[in-house]
Write a protein that binds this ligand. Structure first.
Ligand code: PEP
Length: 264
């Protein structure tokens, strides 16, 4: 397998949205889009990350589709197993609810919720040991980009987790999402060239850490929408997208998935 033969992933990050009734509408609309023009699982993996309280509903709704659409957790506790940790949801409990994927290291959690390197390592260790696949998010701030240290920052964020990821886990349980912070929710997207350049650097970095470097999906995130998805999808090292705002509209999210399915 080479980077160009990786089946892309298109993952919607719903963050602290939407209400249950809006989810109902979304899943119906998305189901209709898939019925009108199917996207096969060989063309593109599709997933959505709702809030914890909506995971079961989303799972149940998605089970009515003719293809797999994964329900992904937006976070996982740094504490493992079960016990007296009010408000927390462990990797064990996610797995127990048949949730197999989790976002870890999203910039909003790093910046607003004190997810530092140690916490992220604990979360990742628990997720991987429990058999979850982690979508590990990395990305630089605008200030870091302007200082010319974007690459260094992003590669360091990946090196930070190397001590807790085994070679087999890199191959089968890690997806990387490159999300420049200045492009998240701002309407500003990295140009396809800039995104590809960073993805190529990430790929090189991964190859130094693991013999599976060519097999790891590297997703781009940051104001991805139907209008820019096609160009991003044609880039050699962009193996999918992590989509925030545009994933809240079923038809926009479908079009993004279609762009990646058709380009790869
Ligand atoms: C995100 O938060 O993961 C994201 C990429 O958001 P948006 O698409 O809205 O920029």
């Amino acid at each position: 397998m080479s980077a160009s033969t990786i089946v892309p992933w298109v993952i919607g990050n719903w963050k602290m949205n939407p209400t249950l009734s809006s989810i109902q509408e979304w899943t119906e609309q998305f189901g209709q889009c898939l019925q009108q023009a199917a996207i096969s699982e060989e063309q593109c993996h599709i997933a959505v990350a709702p809030t914890f309280i909506a995971l079961s509903k989303v799972q149940a709704d998605f089970s009515l589709y003719s293809r797999k659409v994964h329900a992904v957790a937006q976070d996982v506790s740094r504490f493992e197993g079960t016990g007296a940790f009010t408000g927390e949801v462990s990797a064990t409990l996610l797995k127990d609810s048949q949730i197999n994927h989790v976002l870890i290291g999203h910039s909003e959690r790093r910046e607003l919720l004190a997810d530092d390197t140690d916490v992220l390592r604990q979360k990742l260790t628990n997720a991987l040991q429990t058999g979850l696949t982690a979508v590990f998010c990395v990305g630089e701030s605008l200030e870091q980009r302007e200082q010319g240290v974007a690459e260094q920052v992003v590669l360091q964020q990946i090196c930070d987790i190397a001590s807790v990821v085994s070679d087999t886990q890199w191959e089968s349980q890690i997806i990387i999402a490159y999300e420049p912070i200045w492009a998240i929710g701002t309407g500003k997207t990295a140009s396809a060239q800039d995104a590809q350049a960073m993805h190529a650097k990430i790929r090189e970095g991964l190859k130094q850490l693991t013999s599976s470097g060519d097999k790891i999906a590297i997703l781009y995130g940051g104001s991805v929408k139907p209008e820019n998805a096609e160009e991003l999808a044609t880039c050699a090292d962009i193996n999918g997208a992590l989509v925030g705002g545009a994933s809240l509209k079923a038809d926009s999210f479908y079009k993004i998935a279609q762009a990646f399915a058709q380009a790869k």
